[in-house]
Write a protein that binds this ligand. Structure first.
Ligand SMILES: Cc1cc2nc3c(=O)[nH]c(=O)nc-3n(C[C@H](O)[C@H](O)[C@H](O)COP(=O)(O)O)c2cc1C
Length: 303
């Protein structure tokens, strides 16, 4: 019985093999096409996909870096600025080349003397200066003229103390746990730590809030295109204006303190704390790190 079974099985196998050979002989073109297709689907296509997705990924990255993430889709209503906005003649002076060269050199030399200080005197100065430097910051260009900034000026010692409390608490954790060895090591030459006496010493603190979006008179959201870049330009203007007024500052971006300070200063959730700058005079005997700036040939490429 077993022998019979084995015999039948072997015959069946031989029959199948012969049948398969006949089939292969008859349909080999189709078989070759199927095998080629299999290779294309399993090996060639995934590689092509990988390459494509890398390019797409970098494009997506560019788009997200472009600050489009906050942009609301077009709702088809009127533009944020009046549609019939008047265009007026530009007021400008054409300078002689000599004056142009002198002005640009003088301005560079002035700006090259700007330094960040970390110890401030409590000596005050007229508030009007603060108004002027903030007005200067407000002259910065902004995406679609959306002016996505709010400058909060703090002179009150009570509020300065509360801000210092928030920042020092967070900064201690930042330095000890969040920033890591590399970052804290890189900061060592600048002699910074989580104690921020300048927050109560400097006569004024300017807190710069980024408006992620605005509100139209009808309460709908107004897109603030490139709000990050616009805000940073405004802070650059602010720093130049502070320096031009003979005052000093410390550019800071308090890590993890934004929400608590926003609540303390009653700013809406559409705003995010981006910069905090104490403004004032240097403390007696104030020291600054002996830093050198990159020369022109290292920061410029000409074609
Ligand atoms: C975005 C930004 C954040 C900064 N944050 C801090 C900070 O938290 N603490 C600090 O002491 N300096 C801070 N600085 C100041 C830099 O350390 C300083 O500009 C740099 O060392 C160059 O010195 P200078 O401003 O005197 O040319 C910051 C500067 C920038 C632009």
């Amino acid at each position: 019985m077993t022998i019979r079974c084995c015999y039948s099985l072997i015959s069946l196998l031989i029959f199948h093999t012969r049948l398969n050979l006949i089939m292969i002989e008859k349909y080999w073109e189709y078989l070759a096409a199927a095998i080629s297709l299999y290779f294309v689907i399993h090996f060639v296509y995934p590689r092509f996909q990988k390459k494509k997705s890398a390019t797409e990924r970098s494009r997506e990255n560019d788009v997200s870096n472009d600050n489009y993430s906050d942009v609301e889709e077009d709702d088809g209503v009127a533009p944020a600025l009046p549609e019939d906005l008047e265009h007026v003649p530009l007021k400008f002076d054409i300078l002689s080349t000599d004056v142009m060269i002198k002005n640009s050199r003088d301005f560079y030399e002035k700006m090259n003397r700007r330094r960040t200080i970390r110890t401030f005197s409590s000596k005050s100065f007229p508030k009007e200066v603060i108004y002027n430097i903030i007005k200067t910051a407000g002259t910065a260009p902004s995406g679609a003229h959306t002016e996505p900034w709010t400058f909060v000026v703090v002179e009150s010692m009570d509020i300065k103390r509360e801000i210092r409390e928030i920042i020092e608490t967070e900064e201690e954790t930042n330095y000890k746990k969040r920033m890591g060895k590399k970052w804290t090591t890189d900061l060592k030459p600048l002699r910074t730590n989580w104690i921020k006496e300048y927050l109560t010493e400097a006569p004024y603190l300017i807190l710069v809030f980024k408006q992620s979006y605005g509100l139209k008179p009808d309460g709908t959201k107004k897109n603030h295109y490139y709000n990050e870049q616009s805000l940073s330009i405004a802070v650059g203007f602010l720093l130049a204006a502070i320096h031009n007024a003979g005052l000093f500052s410390l550019t800071s971006t308090p890590l993890n303190c934004g929400p608590a300070i926003r609540l303390l200063l009653n700013r809406p959730s559409s705003e995010k704390l981006a910069f905090l700058l104490p403004v004032g005079y240097p403390s007696e005997g104030c020291l600054v790190p002996d830093l050198h700036r990159k020369p022109l040939y290292e920061i410029m490429i000409e074609y």
